[in-house]
Design a protein around this ligand. Sequence first.
Ligand SMILES: [Zn+2]
Length: 69
Amino acid sequence: MPDTYLPSILPCSSCQGHAQKLESCQPAGRLHKLWRVVCPCGCALNQWAVSEGSAIRLWNRFLGEEEKN
Ligand SMILES: [Zn+2]
C-alpha cells in the first residue's frame, strides 16, 4: 500500500542541503521495494525501509539522534 502522506525530510546534517532523494531497490526474492533517503553529498543510511514514508522517518530520527550528541 503506498504512502499517501509523506513527512517532510529534515535537511542533511553534513551539507545542510535539502536535495535528498528517495532511492529504492528490490533485492531478489523480495516482494516489495525497499526505500532509503540519500543525499547528493553521499550521506545515506545503511538501513532500508519498507516504504517511502518510513524511509523518511528513519532519516529524520537518525538526524534527531545526531543533534542530541
Ligand atoms: Zn548532505
